[in-house]
Design a protein around this ligand. Structure first.
Ligand code: MRU
Length: 346
């Protein structure tokens, strides 16, 4: 891939600014954890696994900023750093997964001096990033066989290199099938209101030379009905114990339409996106965002002043519509409650 989503460089966190793509390829540098928290909230970096990497790096930056004479003071301030980062976006569980991982590592190194704990946290954040890339490649390898030679694959939102440390989850499966020479084509839903499909998925697939056709969200059902879509692969923000999956708003409609048209609908996600503490998708917190994302398109107002707006950023697809959940450890199918539990228990 010819871009870097996020990296730790010279004790700064560097991210490609996703609010400015595809018009401009700009990299922002952060040397304070509050800047990273704002970048997550403002969707300069977005996509569940990438949010997890940013959170880990934010905690490592925060640890460097703390001024403390005692371990007690250091750990108290570190908790505050974690709380600030944890309040940015509520749905993608990878955020909380990464924060908990960083807290655990800090605690298990409590016997070290503060300077060394900072170093351990930095190394751990870099490891989260490196592992995510490996995990995406494994998801790609495991998922590629579900995509048939010559298939047209529809995806929603952006679950690509930009949403991860690189390579992607849903787009990882698509990349792996493309690399295997399967001659596939992608249909990308534009994904209103934030246009992740139009702005990001189309951009990164074109950069990699993977054939992509952009459609507006309301066209997906029609193309399915006409037999022009063979398979659907999307990412996930949080998967409950029964397999119900939260992903970008509009995913549920795609899944229902896929089911109606007997098209297999797959979810591709790392194990860090599972939240088996939640019984069903009803328990997943859904972020509601700014009304301006709906009333405006790229800064241009398209609705009357003062109109009432709702803007949930995610929806939940019931597990019964999902043909399989593609993870780094393999594809889970059928009895999700049992199979997901078995997967994490391994
Ligand atoms: O609001 P976003 O852009 O962070 O939402 C992203 C999605 O819904 C993705 O599909 C999901 O995080 C999976 S990314 C590999």
């Amino acid at each position: 891939m010819s871009f870097r989503t996020i990296e730790w460089r010279d004790n700064k966190v560097v991210m490609i600014d996703q609010t400015r793509l595809p018009a401009e390829e700009v990299y922002n540098e952060y040397d304070d954890f509050k800047g990273v928290a704002e970048a997550i909230r403002g969707m300069i970096i977005r996509g569940a696994p990438a949010i997890g990497v940013a959170a880990a790096m934010g905690v490592a930056l925060g640890a460097r900023e703390i001024i403390a004479d005692t371990h007690e003071s250091f750990f108290k301030q570190l908790d505050n750093v974690c709380d600030v980062i944890g309040r940015t976006r509520p749905t993608a569980v990878n955020l909380f997964w990464a924060i908990e991982r960083m807290k655990r590592v800090a605690q298990s190194n409590r016997h070290l001096d503060i300077k060394s704990i900072r170093e351990v946290l930095k190394a751990e954040a870099i490891r989260v990033e490196e592992e995510d890339l490996e995990i995406c490649r494994a998801i790609g390898r495991n998922g590629a066989p579900v995509i048939k030679e010559g298939a047209a694959v529809l995806t929603h939102c952006n679950a690509g290199g930009l949403a991860t440390a690189g390579y992607g989850t849903a787009l990882g499966v698509i990349r792996a099938a493309h690399e295997a020479g399967k001659n596939i084509r992608v249909f990308a839903d534009e994904t209103r209101p934030w246009l992740q499909g139009a702005r990001l998925t189309a951009w990164e697939l074109m950069k990699d030379g993977i054939p992509v056709t952009l459609i507006s969200d309301n066209m997906a059902g029609w193309f399915m009905k006409k037999g022009e879509i063979d398979c659907i692969v999307v990412g996930a923000d949080r998967i409950a114990a029964n397999g119900d999956t939260a992903n970008k708003i509009g995913t549920y409609s795609v899944a229902v339409l896929a089911n109606e048209n007997r098209i297999p609908f797959y979810v591709a996600a790392p194990i860090s996106t599972l939240d088996l503490s939640l019984d069903t998708g009803d328990d997943i917190p859904i972020e509601e965002r700014n009304s301006q994302e709906v009333t405006h398109v790229q800064g241009v107002q398209v609705a009357p002043d003062g109109v009432r707006v709702r803007n949930p950023a995610f929806d939940v697809t019931p597990a019964r519509y999902i043909a399989g959940i593609i993870t780094e450890k393999g594809i889970v199918r059928g009895d999700y409650r049992r199979e997901l539990q078995a997967l994490v228990g391994e």
